[in-house]
Design a binder for this molecule. Structure first.
Ligand code: GLU
Ligand code: ZN
Length: 471
């Protein structure tokens, strides 16, 4: 039987890191086993599900490359099918109408509480034969009353639930709409799902679902419940710990493969390897290697992993991806070097594409001011002569290439008997406005000859004035 997994988000919110990790594991497992990955939108909650959230989910998955083989399938398109099963179950005595009023249930709860028992519906309508005038009933599933349900979870191992602890679950509300646990079972059967991989907040639903699989005479799929992702302080991951919506990471210039690489390591490992290409993940991933304990979200590590993927990405692609971030930084990509060259030059230093765009600003436009500390330290009268000489040779250069640039800087430094850095740093400060940039030859090549000479002239005039003041 071929492997079929599903990712089943509820569009009551957008895609956050936890749900993406679930989607990723489902996707990887299907890919690894040459199976199918199905996307199912669980939008039975008509009040809280929105079109915007659906779009955000689809866009997020698309950006990450977690493309479904089937779907999206919307539960809201399947109400007739759910109704059909409910009617069947009612006819077969597997489900029944419950006419209990709010007051009656509250009263039952009070009594159970007083008696020290735990609170559960006692099944009092199981044998009720008469409808109650004017009351729209809910439909409840007849859960077995004794025995146990064993979940052989692929992550958690064997987990046993007593049927006596489970009450008769509502499968249709009084307005007729079916409920989550029930729809999931019908869908997982109809969609021939073989492996249910989801967050362990659903573990308690699993015995109820297993009982309903049995009621449908269907075999239960295999289950794997993934441990939670926590914030660095051990609390449930939330906005407090930084962005949780995947679109925020996209906007900050994280690469999709870096997000997946970071998330795959939350709960899964392969030796002590940290960096995985998507190909490698698909080849190596196994649900059996997912560990049981919750993992903590670490934004510094995410940044580091992103940088590793920025370093590894082809320059051409990186350049194409950089363009919107340049624009976002208020820069005109046409007013400077090819973005692919910029990406190539800056990739060693940028944690994100957004950082890269911001630090490449001087390649696209002039700066108003040079960083004061750098001026003080590097644009000093002692450097006036070497800087003038370098400026002249650079201005005369016919072939503006990093090799030629580096030759000039080297030769100038040698002729003044100073080391390369003593000359390179003042040039850097003059041309970039600060003291950090790619290697000097790469930097000047990117900035271009015209801007380089203009900026050197500007710095030379400044040093001349300073020399006149402090000879
Ligand atoms: N719709 C559920 C959720 O978003 C997932 C249900 C499932 O995977 O069974 O939490
Ligand atoms: Zn009842």
């Amino acid at each position: 039987m071929s492997v079929r997994t599903r990712f089943a988000p509820s569009p009551t919110g957008t895609l956050h890191l936890g749900s993406i990790r679930t989607a990723l594991f489902c996707w990887l497992y299907a890919r690894r086993h040459d199976g199918q990955f199905i996307l199912r939108i669980e939008d039975t909650d008509r009040e809280r599900s929105t079109k915007e959230n659906v779009d955000a989910i689809l866009e997020g998955l698309d950006w990450l490359g977690l493309d479904p083989d089937e779907g999206p399938i919307y539960q809201s398109d399947r109400f007739d099918r759910y109704r059909e099963v409910i009617d069947q179950w009612l006819a077969q005595g597997k489900a029944y109408h419950c006419y209990c009023s709010k007051e009656e249930l509250a009263d039952l709860r009070e009594k159970q509480k007083a008696g020290g028992g735990h609170m559960r519906y006692d099944g009092r309508c199981r044998n009720r034969s008469d409808a109650r005038e004017g009351v729209a009933p809910v439909v409840r599933f007849k859960n077995p009353q004794d025995g146990e349900v064993v979940v052989n979870d692929q992550v958690r191992g064997r987990v046993v639930f007593e049927n006596a602890q489970l009450d008769d679950l509502i499968i249709a509300r009084s307005d007729g709409t079916p409920t989550y646990n029930f729809c999931v079972v019908v869908d997982d059967i109809d969609m021939k799902i073989t492996h249910v991989i989801r967050g362990d907040d659903h573990l308690n639903n699993t015995p109820r679902q297993i009982n309903m699989f049995a009621a449908m005479n269907a075999e239960s799929p295999s289950f794997a419940h993934l441990p939670m992702i926590l914030g660095s302080d051990g609390a449930k991951l939330s906005k407090r710990h930084g962005a949780v919506d995947i679109r925020d990471y996209q906007a900050q210039g994280y690469l999709p493969e870096a997000m997946l690489n970071y998330l795959v390591r939350l709960g899964w490992s392969h030796g002590d390897q940290e960096i995985f290409s998507i190909k490698e993940m698909t080849r190596l991933f196994d649900i059996a290697d997912v560990n049981q304990s919750a993992s903590a979200f670490n934004p510094e590590k995410l940044l580091w992993i992103n940088q590793q993927h920025i370093i590894a990405a082809p320059a051409k692609r990186l350049g194409a991806e950089l363009i919107p971030y340049l624009q976002q930084a208020g820069l005109d990509p046409a007013a400077g070097p090819d973005a692919a060259l910029v990406a190539e030059g800056f990739r060693e230093r940028a944690g994100t594409l957004q950082q890269m765009a911001v630090s490449a600003r001087y390649c696209y436009e002039d700066f108003a001011e040079i960083d004061a500390d750098s001026v003080k330290k590097h644009l000093r009268p002692v450097i006036l002569e070497p800087l003038r000489a370098a400026r002249q040779d650079l201005a005369d250069l016919e072939n503006w290439s990093r090799n030629e640039i580096s030759r000039i800087v080297e030769e100038t430094a040698a002729s003044f008997e100073i080391n390369m850095g003593k000359l390179g740093q003042p040039i850097r400060v003059a041309v970039t406005g600060g003291s950090v940039s790619p290697p000097i030859d790469v930097t000047l090549e990117l900035v271009g000859q015209k801007r380089t000479i203009e900026r050197l002239d500007h710095a030379l005039r400044f040093i001349e004035k300073r020399a006149a003041r402090e000879p």
